[in-house]
Design a protein around this ligand. Structure first.
Ligand SMILES: Cc1cc2nc3c(=O)[nH]c(=O)nc-3n(C[C@H](O)[C@H](O)[C@H](O)COP(=O)(O)O)c2cc1C
Length: 336
């Protein structure tokens, strides 16, 4: 880890707490261009940003769910590093129009790992022609509910550039992409905090989380159901009809998420509460089935199947299922 002298210009006005970025390289080659790029990003990181490059992903065993009961040491080390990081940067090569086995294996070990959820991730691509791996990597990260950045992607054409570490660190192209990526990670981190999205690690709840592998209830409803559920893509039809007596799933889940809008099906069995909270953007809550007691700024109302409520951004609100209920919740995601 190195707190760089700052080759790369960055947006001024960063808060005093440093942004801790973990860099994952999908190439195991000693002379890897992707690894060199990540070293350059770490060297050039500006004041207020710390970039740590994770040791070779080649040390991880092949993913096997049977090993999850007693995680191998390299996997524990990866989990610890991800949990400590505020954001991730991934740089990985394309092999035969696919992602490298090393990065896919590492990501498989991170599926369902709570601190990974919503973690801002910037994907750097060292070759404009490597579109297949880039797209596949994003699809995997999106499915894992990463907070994903780079649209259009952070591409820096380094294949054939024959730059050594110093050359790469001083390359204006590298500097520009690194600055954009780090600024995007910082901005997403701030946006998540501003919209009230649970951001890991949740320092006040860290001890409780260590004591129990389950998250606190309010966080549980936001996060766990999102894991490994593919979000709907543009143009895709999603069935939201009530399920006649049986709730669709014991968990809430995200149906769709873009940079501007998130749509969730929130499932509230009778007695289940979504404690008072506020998000920066406007919200609509459409009750699909059952009855939901909604408290807005301390005042309760019953929202019944077929009814919809709009809330301005920043309004304190909480939900309780009074009869087994589910709702379609749409949130406008405000930029900080
Ligand atoms: C077996 C193999 C397959 C490759 N397949 C592709 C490919 O499908 N598309 C592509 O753009 N590059 C492909 N490449 C080129 C690598 O992506 C390129 O050499 C990259 O720089 C390797 O990353 P690294 O320098 O970080 O190790 C392939 C390379 C190898 C060795």
């Amino acid at each position: 880890m190195r707190r760089g002298a700052g080759y790369f210009g960055m947006t001024p006005g960063f808060p005093s707490s440093p942004l801790r970025v973990l860099a994952l390289c999908g190439s195991l080659r000693a002379a890897s261009i992707n690894a060199a790029l990540l070293r350059a990003v770490a060297r050039g990181a500006p004041q207020g940003v710390e970039v740590a490059i994770h040791p070779s992903l080649g040390g991880l065993p092949l993913f096997n769910p049977d090993l999850e009961a007693d995680l191998p040491a390299p996997v524990r080390a990866l989990h610890d590093a991800v949990a400590r990081a505020d954001a991730l940067i991934v740089a990985s090569p394309e092999y035969a129009h696919g992602v490298s086995a090393a990065i896919k294996n590492a990501l498989d070990w991170l599926v369902s790992f709570e601190p990974f959820i919503h973690k801002p991730v910037a994907v750097l691509n060292t070759s404009p022609r490597a579109r297949h791996a880039d797209a596949a990597l994003r699809e995997t990260l999106r499915t894992m509910s990463a907070g994903l950045f780079g649209d259009p992607p952070f591409v820096v054409p380094l294949l054939g550039a024959h730059l050594d570490d110093d050359g790469m660190a001083r390359s204006p192209d590298v500097a520009a992409v690194a600055a954009q990526a780090l600024a995007a990670l910082r901005a997403e981190r701030a946006r998540q905090a501003a919209t009230g999205m649970p951001v890991f690690p949740l320092s006040s709840q860290a001890a409780a989380r260590r004591a129990s592998p389950r998250l606190p209830p309010a966080v549980d409803q936001w996060i766990l159901p999102r894991m490994a559920i593919p979000h709907a893509s543009s143009g895709q039809i999603v069935d939201i009809l009530p399920s006649e007596g049986t709730l669709p799933s014991p968990k809430s889940f995200a149906l769709f998420k873009s940079s501007q809008l998130e749509v969730m099906r929130v499932v509230l069995p009778a007695g289940k509460a979504f404690p008072p909270h506020r998000v920066a953007g406007e919200i609509t809550i459409q009750c699909l089935e059952g009855v939901i007691d909604i408290s807005v700024d301390g005042q309760s109302q019953a929202l019944r199947a077929g009814q919809l409520m709009h809330l301005d951004g920043g309004v304190m609100h909480g939900l309780v299922g009074t009869v087994d209920a589910s709702a379609l919740v749409s949130i406008v995601l405000c930029k900080p």
